[in-house]
Structure formats: structure tokens, C-alpha cells
Design a protein around this ligand. Structure first.
Ligand code: FE2
Length: 301
């Protein structure tokens, strides 16, 4: 079956564009590029013209996700797979493609109501990526911009959509009982990145739980954490190393009320040898103390 290559871009509606720009430059060293209108900004982390569109629509949540496929034939095949799976597909217009700076795209809704775009021809900017502070850059080549964790009222429908229609593969399942009831998570990959999208079962305050960006160097993550402490940016989950992707990371609050994860050193998946894993805990190998509180029902979580 035709498959998605990588997570290409995200659109986030924000109510405080200035605060967002401060966080992403101060903590991550991202490059902010003016958008098509004054109420829009693009965030660059590599040679792509943008990876994140911030617009001032004020939803403070994920507005759309753009998934890349390699070429026109794959896009056409994916459209057929979606239609065969009973998903309503809309062709992107020339204006849509021009606004996203891609060659062509199709649009649909995922089971969580996320406006999902599938495109080919990613936007390359000949001007080099210019970070707002010195750093080693982000791990994106062949792995996409990072990953997202989405609150999913129907986790089985979400897994089915991404795995059975879009060709993702399951990395692992997590099932555990907590003092607040059963908790299910599923992590899926579409390239060597351990997961490009993951779902946490049940409704959440927002669609988006967090966006993760992976640095090329642990030093940048440490410098980012220092920047949070220096600038009063709340750390939601402090440094630790996850069991499943083995990413060393921390999570900060962002001005839109979900979290941003800054990580380094995740293991990658080789589909030729990967076997689906199962976890009955969300605790980390070390650190991430707030996750342990979640698992044990500590009031501080
Ligand atoms: Fe994450």
C-alpha cells in the first residue's frame, strides 16, 4: 500500500503570537519568518521554508497537519486508499497549494477531527536556516519535523485510520490502570522516527497534548531548559528518558496551553526487524518525574 513519508508541517492557531515567538526563539533557537499576512508567522527548523505555521485565529490548538508523500503517484494512491476506507477526500486547490508552498495536496479529516492534508513537493528555501541562537540544529532529515501526541476520544478508530489507510506501522501500545481509570496510548511510525504521531485515549482539554522537536545535540536541550528557568517558562515534565523511544527530553508549557517537548537521542526503527512492543507503565527509564506522578495518581500530576 502507498505510505506517508513524514510529518511535513503543522498549523497552530494562537492567541498570543508574540509570546509564541519568544518561547520558540529563546528555548529552541528557531528561526521566525514573516507569514503571508501580519497575523501569521512561520517557524523554520531546517531547509524547509517553514515547518510550523502560527496564525492568530486564537484557537490555541492544532488546526491542521501536513503529511508528506514522495510523489504524485503516491498522492493519488493515498487518495484512493482513503476513499476505499470510507473517508471523504477533497482535492486541494491551486491557491491551497500555493499557500502551503507545495506542488499538490489532498484534504480530509482524521477520526479526531484534525484537518489532515497529504501533499507532495515540500517547500525548500534556498536561503540557509538561520537559528535565532547558536545550536546544532534539529533532526529532521528523513524523519519529519518531530512528533505529535493527540488526545483521541476513539483510539481504535485513530489507529485504524493511520495504520490501515495511511500505511503507518504501530511502534508500541501502552495499557495501564491508574487511580483515575484505565489509560491507553498507541505510538505509530511512518519512517525511522520511533513515532510521528501517538494517541492518548479519551478526550483532552485540547486535541494536541504536545509537539516534540528533536535536537542534534544534548547540549541544546540543556541550554533550552536553562532558558526556561531563566525566563520563567514553566517546565511541565522535567528531564528524563522515555522507555519506548528512549528520547532524553523535557516538556515545557507553551502560550497555547499544551506542551512542547525538546528531545535528543531517540532510538530509530528498522521496519525489517521491528516487533511491536507493549508497555504497562508510562514511567521513564530515568527522570520525567511528573510522568511517574501520573502513573501513581499523585495529586501533583
Ligand atoms: Fe513526545
Amino acid at each position: 500500500m502507498a505510505q506517508i513519508s513524514e510529518l511535513g508541517y503543522l498549523g497552530v492557531g494562537v492567541s498570543d503570537l508574540a509570546a509564541w515567538k519568544r518561547v520558540v526563539t529563546t528555548v529552541f533557537g528557531m528561526q521566525v519568518v514573516p507569514g503571508d499576512t501580519p497575523d501569521m508567522s512561520y517557524l523554520r527548523i531546517d531547509q524547509h521554508q517553514y515547518r510550523i505555521e502560527l496564525n492568530s485565529r486564537g484557537t490555541d490548538d492544532l488546526e491542521f497537519a501536513g503529511w508528506e508523500v514522495k510523489d504524485a503517484a503516491t498522492l493519488e494512491a493515498i487518495a484512493t486508499q482513503l476513499e476505499d476506507g470510507g473517508v471523504k477526500v477533497k482535492a486541494g486547490t491551486r491557491d491551497d497549494a500555493a499557500q502551503r508552498r507545495v506542488v499538490d495536496l489532498i484534504k480530509c479529516l482524521d477520526p479526531n477531527g484534525i484537518a489532515t492534508e497529504i501533499f507532495y513537493g515540500h517547500p525548500v528555501d534556498p536561503r540557509p536556516y538561520q537559528p535565532s541562537r547558536a545550536g546544532s540544529g534539529f533532526k529532521t532529515a528523513g524523519q519529519g519535523l518531530g512528533h505529535i501526541l493527540v488526545h483521541s476520544p476513539d483510539i481504535d478508530a485513530s489507529v485504524s485510520f493511520y495504520r490501515d489507510i495511511l500505511g503507518f506501522r504501530v511502534s508500541d501500545f501502552t495499557t495501564l490502570s491508574t487511580p483515575n481509570g484505565p489509560l491507553r496510548l498507541t505510538f505509530l511510525h511512518c519512517n525511522p522516527r520511533h513515532h510521528s504521531i501517538a494517541f492518548i485515549g479519551g478526550p483532552g482539554p485540547k486535541r494536541l497534548n504536545h509537539i516534540m522537536f528533536e535536537s542534534n545535540a544534548l547540549m541544546d536541550v540543556g541550554i533550552g531548559r536553562d532558558a526556561c528557568l531563566a525566563h520563567g517558562i514553566p517546565i511541565a515534565i522535567d528531564l528524563g528518558c522515555h522507555m519506548n523511544d528512549q528520547m532524553v527530553s523535557f516538556y515545557m508549557g507553551c502560550p497555547s496551553g499544551f506542551a512542547l517537548e525538546y528531545g535528543w537521542g531517540a532510538r530509530v526503527i528498522d521496519d525489517a526487524t521491528w516487533q511491536v512492543e507493549h508497555y504497562d507503565s508510562v514511567e521513564s527509564i530515568w527522570g520525567h518525574p511528573q510522568l511517574k506522578m501520573l502513573a501513581t495518581g499523585d495529586a501533583a500530576a
